[in-house]
Design a protein around this ligand. Structure first.
Ligand SMILES: *[C@@H]1O[C@H](CO)[C@@H](O)[C@H](O)[C@H]1NC(C)=O
Ligand SMILES: *[C@@H]1O[C@H](CO)[C@@H](O)[C@H](O)[C@H]1NC(C)=O
Ligand SMILES: *[C@@H]1O[C@H](CO)[C@@H](O)[C@H](O)[C@H]1NC(C)=O
Ligand SMILES: *[C@@H]1O[C@H](CO)[C@@H](O)[C@H](O)[C@H]1NC(C)=O
Ligand SMILES: *[C@@H]1O[C@H](CO)[C@@H](O)[C@H](O)[C@H]1NC(C)=O
Ligand SMILES: *[C@@H]1O[C@H](CO)[C@@H](O)[C@H](O)[C@H]1NC(C)=O
Ligand SMILES: *[C@@H]1O[C@H](CO)[C@@H](O)[C@H](O)[C@H]1NC(C)=O
Ligand SMILES: *[C@@H]1O[C@H](CO)[C@@H](O)[C@H](O)[C@H]1NC(C)=O
Ligand SMILES: *[C@@H]1O[C@H](CO)[C@@H](O)[C@H](O)[C@H]1NC(C)=O
Ligand SMILES: *[C@@H]1O[C@H](CO)[C@@H](O)[C@H](O)[C@H]1NC(C)=O
Ligand SMILES: *[C@@H]1O[C@H](CO)[C@@H](O)[C@H](O)[C@H]1NC(C)=O
Ligand SMILES: *[C@@H]1O[C@H](CO)[C@@H](O)[C@H](O)[C@H]1NC(C)=O
Length: 416
């Protein structure tokens, strides 16, 4: 009797699985899992002003037809979720971790809040995560370190606190990391040096402190390093560029960096933006900077630089902005130096120790829109050639606040 029942059940099971191809059964079941996960997300939505999900995400239609949902052709499972710019408020349910075929999660520009559930670490196929422009709080969860395929992680403009988790160094495929505009503190983990695919390392406007680990300058894939607006200290390695031959921009303004400007730039030959203004760099502007012939933006203002303007900056023929204001640079300004910079729009040399007069050559800088020479010790006449600067919108020549110094007695703002 028992045996007969056994055979009966075994056979019927076989017949059922034979008649209904197992892959179909599996995909039906699994797509149902995805539906459950997304409906769980829908119940966590507290505001949906355009009623997009309320109207469209209904169990009567296939998940794959829902707005923001893309299914993979091969597995018929949810592969991408793009809810960007939908003005949704709410929290992320743990069930989202059941979207096991998810490759891309895009929640850019909504008002999701709260912490990220640990279950997201189950999404091992994820390559792309953007939570940019939300209000997630809590620490950046170590779970991201468990997503081995992750290539893109953007957490910009949230309210994450704590420090950068060391576990991120696990992401050997990561190409893009942006943690700008959060409230992160602590040091930059030197373990990030293991991210040997990283191209964009962007952590601006947080409260990171300590020195930039040498290991960062060892990531030869880097195209962009940006730490503007933190509390970083220490100095930059002289041979900073040794392994950074692809570097396009390095933005380190508004920190507490000290020491001299690195001298060996020869290998950063692709560099287009060098921004180290508003730190405490000292010494002279190194002549080696002249080898950065692709530079378009050079910001050196707000440091303790002295000496004179090196003549070699004349080789930076692509410069659009040159800022060296608020330093102690002296000597006369040789406007001839800027003669070959046919795109130079902004020249900021104010609050330094420049002496001498403004030479007629200034009239050759014909695309200048802003010329700021005020608060120096310049003397003599205002050359009529300034009148040739037709694009000029801003001209500042006012005297130094030091009353004992002679000066040009003109202060004028024009606007076109
Ligand atoms: C949901 O939106 C998609 C894309 O606009 C549309 O194709 C689908 O028919 C909508 N479904 C429902 C139930 O409104
Ligand atoms: C994501 O959604 C936004 C807004 O609907 C759209 O502009 C963008 O093209 C989508 N991106 C992808 C990769 O689907
Ligand atoms: C993510 O959303 C942003 C903003 O809508 C869009 O530009 C981008 O293409 C999206 N990317 C992906 C992979 O969905
Ligand atoms: C983000 O959340 C924090 C803390 O919960 C809150 O103080 C802040 O006002 C929120 N910001 C936005 C833009 O909603
Ligand atoms: C690093 O990745 C491995 C393999 O994917 C994983 O087992 C481990 O938990 C990860 N470590 C951390 C700290 O996330
Ligand atoms: C990102 O956050 C910063 C600082 O809170 C804010 O100034 C900026 O406007 C935000 N960006 C966007 C696009 O909202
Ligand atoms: C830089 O990389 C080289 C070669 O991969 C390695 O030997 C060296 O220890 C690294 N330096 C730092 C500071 O990480
Ligand atoms: C700059 O680097 C080059 C090549 O790595 C090297 O030959 C040279 O000595 C370095 N110069 C300085 C001043 O460090
Ligand atoms: C320039 O600054 C350096 C470093 O602060 C200092 O040693 C040097 O004496 C200064 N040179 C002049 C001419 O003031
Ligand atoms: C500008 O270019 C000319 C021609 O290449 C060159 O002779 C001159 O030295 C350059 N001027 C400066 C300041 O680099
Ligand atoms: C600069 O302008 C003067 C005329 O004011 C002209 O004679 C001279 O050739 C110009 N120099 C260059 C390098 O263009
Ligand atoms: C600059 O100074 C020199 C010598 O002191 C003088 O000959 C020349 O006229 C002055 N030029 C201007 C534009 O003030």
């Amino acid at each position: 009797m028992n045996k007969i029942f056994y055979w009966f059940f075994a056979c019927s099971f076989l017949i059922v699985t034979f008649e209904m191809p197992s892959c179909l059964a599996k995909s039906y079941m699994s797509l149902a899992t995805d539906q459950t996960a997304l409906l769980a997300l829908k119940t966590r939505i507290t505001a949906d002003p355009s009623r997009i999900l309320a109207r469209n995400w209904t169990s009567s239609s296939s998940v794959c037809s829902w707005i923001g949902v893309t299914c993979s052709l091969r597995h018929q499972r949810v592969a991408a979720l793009n809810l960007s710019y939908m003005s949704l408020s709410g929290t992320i349910p743990p069930q989202l971790g059941h979207l096991s075929f998810l490759v891309s999660l895009n929640l850019t520009s909504n008002l999701f809040v709260g912490a990220l559930p640990q279950e997201l670490s189950l999404l091992y196929r994820l390559k792309f995560i953007s939570l940019r422009l939300n209000n997630f709080t809590g620490d950046i969860p170590p779970l991201f370190g468990q997503l081995p395929k992750l290539e893109y992680l953007n957490l910009r403009n949230n309210s994450f606190t704590g420090s950068i988790p060391k576990s991120l160094s696990n992401l050997t495929n990561l190409q893009f990391l942006d943690l700008t505009y959060n409230s992160l503190h602590g040091e930059i983990p030197q373990e990030l040096g293991r991210l040997q695919s990283l191209q964009f390392l962007v952590v601006q406007f947080n409260r990171l402190s300590g020195a930039i680990p040498l290991a960062i300058f060892n990531i030869s894939t880097l195209v962009s390093i940006a730490f503007t607006g933190n509390e970083l200290s220490g100095s930059l390695p002289t041979d900073m560029c040794h392994n950074l031959r692809n570097l396009d921009r390095i933005l380190l303004s508004q920190n507490y960096l000290t020491g001299s400007i690195p001298t060996n730039f020869s290998k950063c030959s692709q560099l287009r933006s060098l921004s180290i203004s508003y730190n405490s760099f000292s010494g002279q502007i190194p002549a080696e900077i002249g080898s950065l012939t692709s530079l378009q933006h050079l910001y050196l203002g707000g440091n303790n630089l002295n000496g004179t303007l090196p003549h070699v900056i004349g080789s930076l023929e692509s410069l659009v902005v040159f800022g060296a204001e608020r330093n102690q640079i002296g000597g006369s300004v040789d406007f001839n130096v800027f003669m070959n910079m046919s795109s130079l729009q902004t020249l900021l040399l104010w609050r330094n120790k420049f002496i001498g007069n403004i030479s007629r050559d200034v009239g050759n800088l014909t695309v200048l829109t802003s010329l700021q020479l005020h608060e120096n010790y310049l003397t003599g006449l205002i050359p009529p050639e300034l009148g040739r600067l037709y694009q000029l919108e801003e001209l500042l020549l006012e005297r130094s606040s030091d009353p004992s110094m002679p000066c040009l007695s003109l202060s004028r703002r024009t606007s076109s």
